[in-house]
Design a protein around this ligand. Sequence first.
Ligand SMILES: N[C@@H](CCC(=O)N[C@@H](CS)C(=O)NCC(=O)O)C(=O)O
Length: 332
Amino acid sequence: MSADYRIYGVELSPYSVKVRSYFRYKRIPHRWIVRNVDTMADYQKYAKIPIIPLVVTPDEQGLQDSTPILEQIDTAFPEPSTQPEDAVAAFVSLLLEEFGDEWGNKWMFHLRWAREEDRLSAAGRIAATMAPKGNEEARLAVRAQIIERMTGRTWFVGSNEQTGPQIEAGFRDALEQLEAHLATRPYLFGGRPAWGDFGLWGQIYNAWTDPTGAAWLECTAPNVLDWIHRMTNPTDEGPFEAWDTLAPTLAPFLKDQVGALFCPWTDANAAAIAAGEEEFTVELPSGTWTQKPQKYHAKSLAAIRAKYAAVAEKSELDPVLEAAGCLATLRA
Ligand SMILES: N[C@@H](CCC(=O)N[C@@H](CS)C(=O)NCC(=O)O)C(=O)O
């Protein structure tokens, strides 16, 4: 029995590193345990579903799913706060966390598996967690199996021949917008990290660990790269900002990435699940988008809608969400 929290995860899991960064920022005593052949049996004792991260509390409770994990940790460790005081910024942060988990994951997952150099790199590192430690022959054999399985499985996040170019263009646009925003502040909401940072960062950090993502980030987005480094072990560098100073460079991101792409997509995905459809098509500003519905996502949409509904005073928030094209999706 250990007095510390334990986080079972791997470096290539955006949700795992998101949770680890959260623990680091809050200075919560914890151990990072790589889920591999040696730790699998322990992991399985606590994991109810086969996903990472898995957090095991000091009283041996297993927690899964990064957003509820963050919520539970916030209850136990409210300070330092990761919610901006300003009501508009606070909700935008929650929305960006959801966007990062669900849409940012398409950037990361697509880039990781679309090109051979990325497949080789990622599969090689994942294989190291699955093959017996130090056995290079076994690692390369597992790498080959992973590549075979993952090639052609990018449909899982909606990446296909039609959507791939849209995902890549969207990621490049997003990086350009984040680059401008992070030019004058260390974190997305000012001097300290907020939920939006953790959700988006897990995905963008992971894209950076793959060759194509690294090439894009390192040659075009130095401020985003600094933020990637900072977020691996975030510290308090000052207060949160209020929405009025964030808006000039964050409102464009909210409008072009969240309102124009993610919101219509998530509405269409939820409608397809409700109707029991095998596939859905939605017209986005980036083009026609066809994919199989993502079941898990409908749940997290319901969760962000509940968070919106719980905001007591919406008179300043609603015009911001309306201007960004997010309001109807959140009110539905
Ligand atoms: N919604 C979950 C998603 C977690 C998830 O998809 N984890 C992936 C890795 S990034 C996973 O565990 N895949 C199966 C596996 O690696 O065994 C969360 O936020 O924690």
